[in-house]
Ligand binder design. Structure first.
Ligand code: 3EB
Length: 308
């Protein structure tokens, strides 16, 4: 359905979406992310948007170039408005999972941090047209690239998914205004089900408890806190949906976003005794949405079990 690469160029003569993110892979063999389906896949393209669809799911990527004089809140608003309109028109109105990427995430733009501007525009587009805002908000990631346009990668479904919070964290959409004029519009996790499996998409998970960042300057401690958050979301998802996500034979993929390559050694050490070390794991260099955050983990856990 699509191929995502982290800094390596990809052929653009293929019919499926190819998504190039300037998030350099920090170590290991160079990997690409490949999305596949055993169902028939159809493609749809517009100048800004590239999508692959099966009967029940759409995987898409939209990019919006940043024009001078236009601040990121407007760019984000336009991107999301376009995205929501496309998925509705194509018959996949339910947002399941979103990945947001753009450069200079922590830079100031006309007196407001670019991440906060992004949150303002996203919030505006979603409140304008999402039925059941904020409970229908999907799990999301927002990470700073080294270069490129605003890129939004998204999964949307013909039927709804289940969106969840984390008992250890305040819902991001309820963050106080200390973190920006509009709260970040995302859920901590999303569960989707098909005839084949159940999937748990865990949003970018960092060292935040309640709404407060913990362990500034300490990569090992931040990693351990993020793992506690990951574990809590996983247990919560299992409890709410009745799907078994913790069993040993589960299939899991994790991405760890790291602010600087120099932090990798400590982060790896903190992950050593966690279940993550035995699963597919890729380390990517990217900036996180709060300056003090040094790392963030996202996950996809696939279970063959069904709700009990
Ligand atoms: C946090 O928990 C960390 O703005 O879409 C993580 C995942 C974070 C997604 C987003 C932000 C986003 O607030 C930051």
């Amino acid at each position: 359905m699509a191929v995502i690469s982290f800094g390596h160029t990809l052929p653009d003569t293929v019919s499926y979406p190819t998504i190039l993110l300037d998030l350099p892979q920090i170590d290991g063999l160079p990997l690409v992310e490949v999305w596949m389906s055993d169902q028939p896949v159809t493609m749809h393209r517009t100048p800004d948007c590239s999508m692959a669809m099966t009967s029940d799911v759409l995987l898409g990527s939209i990019h919006v170039d940043e024009r001078s004089c236009i601040s990121l809140d407007t760019t984000a608003y336009e991107g999301y408005r376009d995205l929501l309109q496309q998925i509705r028109a194509l018959g996949y109105p339910h947002l399941w999972r979103v990945w947001n990427y753009f450069p200079r995430i922590n830079d100031d733009q006309d007196g407001l941090e670019r991440y906060r501007r992004f949150c303002v525009g996203r919030h505006q587009a979603l409140t304008e047209s999402m039925i059941d805002f904020p409970t229908a908000l999907p799990a999301a990631t927002a990470v700073g690239t080294r270069s490129g346009p605003l890129q939004i990668v998204f999964l949307a479904g013909a039927h709804p998914a289940t969106h969840l919070g984390n008992p250890r964290q305040l819902n991001a959409y309820e963050y106080p205004q200390d973190y920006g004029p509009r709260s970040p519009s995302f859920a901590r996790a999303t569960v989707t089900r098909s005839a084949h499996d159940s999937r748990l998409y865990i949003a970018g998970t960092a060292s935040i408890v309640g709404h407060t960042s913990r362990h500034a300057g300490l990569p090992m401690e931040q990693t351990k806190e993020s793992l506690r958050n990951l574990r809590a979301v996983l247990n919560h998802a299992q409890h709410v949906t009745g799907v078994e996500f913790t069993e040993a034979q589960r299939r899991a993929l994790y991405k760890v976003y790291v602010r600087e390559p120099g932090l990798l050694q400590d982060i790896r050490r903190a992950l050593q005794d966690s279940p993550l070390s035995t699963h597919h794991l890729v380390f990517l260099e990217g900036d996180l949405c709060r300056r003090e955050l040094l790392m963030e983990i996202e996950g996809l856990i696939i279970s063959e079990s069904f709700p009990s």
